[in-house]
Design a protein around this ligand. Structure first.
Ligand SMILES: [Zn+2]
Length: 344
């Protein structure tokens, strides 16, 4: 089968690899129908040291179950399924709490040991806990939005929950990538009255407004903080969704949170410390977040997608096939594309 392998920074190849197959009785074999490239794939794309073996890539996919191991009960051959960006057993202490990203028997796609989503097929470990069957066919018009449940929509929702978004309050979103845009959807869905998007790219700002952003701040650094303060009566936002992970974006995020407010961070931190420890301490600002347990949110968000109340699939502004994946990485990295869907 063919799959995407990253060998180092700016070195993404599509190669023939050994066919995915069932190994454990808890596995399912899924033939991928749609996948995508993630903003978080751009971190290794810019920094991965050269590797001889390479890393298999992709953690967001929808596909058809080709076969199942003897212990798989929750999905069957022929089901169309969506996979979350981390796999999990669904039964351990943390899964029962809805924190599947900390599953005691779970893990992450790709790397050197497992298949990734950016390939023709995937061996899915812990299929009972991991996969969610979709109630539609593989060519349904809502496929792009359903695909976002594997990561970006669930991640935006997690940022909003951890930032304690409340009806009638002010939310601010730092980052105009796919997660930030989904964060706008999530903040609106949870009832925020004022939603301030911090971003600079005209196409992304337009999409943020379509999703419910009421204000846009395109300044950076201290100027951005000042502008958000102006827009909030000098007080700052109740809820800040940090959807980037850079030191700069985190500094902005804590700088625009009001006293007693919360920052929900879902951007993978690129620095070892959280900035402005003393001001955030004296202002009683909560800093929360981490990798989103999107598996916990899939069933909650899916009706909103299927019934048309939210359309996060609009974040896909380019579609390619597997041969176009290396070019897709380049286009996302150069900010020519927001998010790229791969059709198989
Ligand atoms: Zn678990």
């Amino acid at each position: 089968m063919r799959a995407t392998v990253m060998y180092g920074a700016h070195d993404v190849r599509v190669e023939t690899v050994p066919d995915a197959k069932i190994v454990e009785p808890t596995d399912a074999l899924v033939r991928v129908t749609r996948a995508c490239i993630c903003g978080s794939d751009l971190w290794p794309y810019n920094s991965m040291p050269p590797s001889k073996t390479g890393n298999r890539m992709g953690h967001e996919f929808i596909g058809i179950v080709e076969s199942i191991g003897a212990d798989v009960r929750t999905v069957k051959k022929g089901d169309l399924v969506v996979a979350p960006f981390a796999w999990s057993d669904g039964t351990c202490e943390f899964c029962q709490q809805g924190l599947q990203t900390s599953c005691l028997h779970g893990g992450w796609w790709g790397g050197t040991e497992l298949d990734g989503g950016q390939g023709e097929a995937v061996r899915v470990p812990q299929a009972n806990g991991t996969l969610v069957a979709l109630p539609v066919g593989p060519d349904h018009a809502l496929m792009p939005s359903l695909l976002t449940l594997s990561d970006v929509m669930g991640t935006g929702h997690h940022a909003a929950l951890r930032a304690n978004v409340r009806p009638g309050k002010v939310a601010a979103v730092v980052g105009d990538g796919a997660v930030g845009l989904c964060g706008v959807i999530a903040a609106r869905r949870l009832g925020a009255e004022q939603i301030i998007m911090l971003g600079r790219h005209a196409d992304r700002i337009a999409m943020a407004r379509k999703f419910g952003a009421t204000d846009v701040v395109s300044e950076r650094g201290d100027a951005a903080i000042e502008r958000v303060r102006e827009l909030t009566g000098g007080l700052g936002a109740h809820s800040v969704l940090e959807c980037v992970g850079h030191g700069e974006s985190m500094r902005t995020a804590v700088g625009i949170a009001r006293a007693g407010g919360a920052v929900g961070r879902v951007g993978v931190p690129q620095e070892t410390t959280i900035p402005n420890a003393q001001p955030t301490f004296y202002a009683n600002i909560t800093i929360a977040g981490g990798p989103a347990p999107v598996r916990a949110y899939m069933l909650e968000l899916m009706p909103d997608v299927l019934e048309g109340r939210i359309e996060p699939g609009l974040v896909f502004d380019r579609v390619t096939n597997i041969d176009g994946v290396p070019e897709g990485y380049r286009a996302m990295n150069d900010r020519e594309a927001i998010k790229i869907m791969i059709e198989f």
